[in-house]
Design a protein around this ligand. Structure first.
Ligand SMILES: [Zn+2]
Length: 277
């Protein structure tokens, strides 16, 4: 094994580290890999304590940011993350929200500026493996798209070529998830979801594009706990509604597309560091 392996994930909001990479974070840490999390925004437009939505009275974005930082730090402890870097950008809200026009929000930040900040961290940590989202930010959120863009731009500022993975859900699995969600919801909730454009988005990646499938069943409890650490954001969390046991069964794998790599693979790898050990 080479002497020092480092994994770095670039996420948009506090809680994304748990939902889209909680398993690999804990697994890699247990394998002795150094793990670094870059969280781009403070998550101001998540729910406030008590489930208050950003467009409801009593939602104080700055108070939400402070509260979510504490939750993020708890999640990092559970996942064994060695270093957390918050870039400190303001949450942009969903596509079309007025928050997007705030010049301090992540979506409005010039790409070069944020990419340079990220590149400085990458040059310091020199992770062999980086994880972020695909060009649609996995589900279309502006901050996730921006996280993708700054990561790809930062690569041009490095003097080495890391391997970059985008998180993904295979189309076949996504169809199954939809069934699980429908099973867990009432008829009324299902009718509502069918009318909601957002919930009808097809987030599946064609199965043949999946480049890594990581078995995280052994650390599913830690992933569940990390999600739970973000308790202010769990209003409608289908993960937690499943309960711990069902979660283990359903969420036992994390999938990735191998987006950039100095190494070629035709097969689906089962270890993100397969080329570096
Ligand atoms: Zn997010």
């Amino acid at each position: 094994m080479s002497e020092s392996l480092t994994f770095l994930a670039v996420h948009a909001h506090p809680d994304d580290e748990a939902s889209s990479s909680g398993g690999v974070f804990r697994l890699l840490k247990d394998q002795g890999v150094r793990t670094v999390l870059v969280t781009c925004t403070n998550g101001e437009f998540g729910d406030a304590v008590g489930g208050i939505k950003p467009d409801q009275p009593g939602h104080d974005p700055d108070a939400v940011a402070i509260y979510r930082k504490g939750e993020l730090e708890d999640s990092c402890k559970i996942l064994g993350i060695d270093r957390l870097v918050m870039l400190g950008y303001r949450d942009s809200g969903m596509m079309g929200w007025p928050q997007n026009d705030d010049p301090k929000c992540f979506w409005s930040t010039p790409l070069e500026e944020a990419a340079e900040k990220l590149a400085a961290i990458l040059n310091e940590e020199r992770p062999q493996v980086i994880m972020t989202y695909n060009e649609i930010g996995f589900y279309g959120h502006p901050d996730h798209i921006q996280a993708h863009r700054i990561t790809l731009s930062a690569l041009d500022l490095l003097d080495y070529q890391p391997t970059v993975y985008f998180n993904a859900i295979p189309a076949s699995v996504f169809a199954r998830f939809r069934e699980v969600i429908e099973e867990s919801q009432t008829e009324e909730e299902n009718d509502e979801a069918r009318e909601s454009e957002e919930e009808q988005m097809d987030l599946g990646t064609p199965d043949e594009l999946i480049g890594a499938a990581i078995d995280v069943t052994s650390v599913a409890d830690a992933k569940f706990d990390a999600l739970q650490a973000h308790s202010s954001q769990l209003d409608e969390s289908f993960f937690l509604r499943m309960g711990r046991e069902r979660f283990k069964e359903v969420m036992g794998t994390e999938w990735f597309v191998r987006a950039v790599s100095p190494f070629a693979h035709d097969d689906v790898v089962t270890d993100l560091f397969v080329d570096y050990r």
